[in-house]
Design a protein around this ligand. Sequence first.
Ligand code: TRP
Length: 367
Amino acid sequence: MKKSTMTPWKVEGDVNYEKLVKEFGTSLISEKIKKKIEKCHPLLRRGIYFSHRDFDKWLEAHEKGKKVSVITGRGPSEKMHLGHLVPFLVAKSLQEQFNCEVFIPVSDDEKFYVKENLSFDDSMKFSEDNILDLIALEFKPGKTFIFEDFVYTNIYKYAAKIAKRITYSEAKAVFGLKPENNVGWSFYPAMQAAHILFPQFMRGKHMSVVPVGIDQDPFIRLTRDVASHRDFNLEKPAALHAKFVPSLTGDAKMSSSEGTQIFLSDTEKEVENKIKRYAFSGGQNTIEEHRQHGGNPEKDVSFQYLKYFFELNDEKLKKIHDDYKSGKMLTSELKQILIEKINAFLKEHQKKKHLAKGQINKFLIKN
Ligand code: TRP
């Protein structure tokens, strides 16, 4: 096993998820919860989301007819790729299933502080571009609220109130701040806590859930502590934690530095080339061996992508799984299915992103 490091700003090596659940004190998503979300997005029902905090309470509040909401954010450090969609696809699916409001902060300040080479102007440009990608996902207008930290400056008031209740040593312990980090890093946790409590600041005390990568849990813990402070007296936000979607090459996190991810702006040809060239295969070295021994869908990145993103039909997915495992389906055939699915998705997405420009006002909150 490769050595693993994980902070909200860096993930490397293999991640032991069971250990994290113990270390962080979160709960695995139970069968009982799974039953209640079985119509939701495959990312939720097929296991990328594996852990939670108080999501049972969130579901219960909804069952009792109380208000519930979803909040999850985007750190706009670059153009978006498939892996970035994970929390938003889930947020959308929760919105559809539970008819609730969704709040989406875009933390250009965070990325500006943390990415040494990201200029101020570029961080704002990526915000604008990423916001169009988010709108293209077709959240419900009137029930979905997007804001960018550098533009929706009202958020600062909330961040300040929270910052006053976080000590430097808490921030340091939770985030592993280092002496050489600029001071933006130490303030930013207050900003993200403000994001997470924003639905309650706007709409009053209620249960809100944050679908996020498990690496973001330190923010959740900090925010839950702050929520119950007497200055605020808010509900502790619930969380749904995702594992990392593997990169094309099969690494733990689909990070962009390796140049092997599918961007939402990729052309059909680029998608085809990347999948053929990089998608880690669970197949055998030769066709003869493959026919004889079959492939390993658990390791095969193309199969994983079908499972988590693109093959919504459980029976069809099972057939692909079984055919691949038995050797009836070859890697090249599996890849071809994925290429077609991704390209169909991206074609629609790119069209909707273009149209999103005319819809911005329906989604952005104003100061
Ligand atoms: N920090 C998150 C990231 O880097 C983005 C983010 C900003 C976020 N605000 C949030 C995530 C609120 C969840 C909730 O990806």
